[in-house]
Write a protein that binds this ligand. Sequence first.
Ligand SMILES: [Zn+2]
Length: 362
Amino acid sequence: MQIKCDVCGKIFKFPFEINTHKHVGKELNGVPVNFWTTLNDKFDLIIDDNMKGVFRYKDLYKKTKKNISLDEGNTPLIKVLDNLYIKDESVNPTGSFKDRGMPFLMNEVLNHNKSSIAICSTGNAAISLIKYAKLYGIESIVFLPQDIDFKKKNELTGATQIVYSDDIIKCFEDFMIYCDNNPDIFNGFLSTNISYMIGLETISYEIFEQLNFNVPNYIFIPCASGGNVVSQYNAWKKLYDNNMIDKMPKFVIVQIDGGNPIEQGYNKKNSESLFVINNPVPSKTILSTDTCFNYFKIYEIIDSGYGFTVSIDDKDIDNIAKTFKDKYDYTSLAVLAAYEKYKKNMRVNEISVAIITAKNRK
Ligand SMILES: [Zn+2]
């Protein structure tokens, strides 16, 4: 397993020592963006039924030290309209898709011979990480914005240490300073962590299997820091490069109008530097953002013709989401609003899958 820096071409072997590898213009206040390409080993979709969760995919991640799983994944693909399916990630062990990334992330920590991990999060990732870290006997230090949902705060017991910052931007900064000052602690910045992102790919392998090995025309994915978008793209690209499919789905990148750096940056053909929005609009979702830590990777996906953006607002979500709002978290519902907005452009019989990322934490 190897990865390559898109900027200078340097190749890194597993376990990846990438946190000190930086390039000017490819970070925001010290927080690095994703400029890594995974150099794919030969990959086959061999399922090992003796294993649980993401470890079922034998070819996906070979360097494991412990295979502890909470049976993450294996989520249902639910037909909600003739041509629309929901991939329901809300039923994962801690209620979000983040669980899929944790077993491989914990193994990366172990492969670095470290016993603690730090992350920053808006809530769901922290809840997931704390649970998995405990299972793996790893200490967890979690950076969170002060204003996260109180219901989420109640689920954060079990962390070794919780550090609250004023807002999400300050949270990222505090986290990075802490990691720079504490090199013994594994920097688990999820938006650019390759091991974590490989775990997320299993969403797409399941969709492929659940559609009887057919490729959907569109996959709607909510996009804040963009790790999920890039992971799903990587998954289908792996199938494509290994001749298991003969066409790629189109990735619909769902953002909030006015907090959509990828759409605005792409429209302005801003490909050389990170696009940053001043004062992104407020939203009840976590999708409205000033920039995207996977900006360059997603720009490339759009530029190669494999994806496009759809931007919506909270009103669009309120209009469409009534049926699901008790079950799924508000951010998740953005994909359904985006489907509703875009569907007039689809041909009859085109199949869409909307990835619902988390449950409603009541
Ligand atoms: Zn480099």
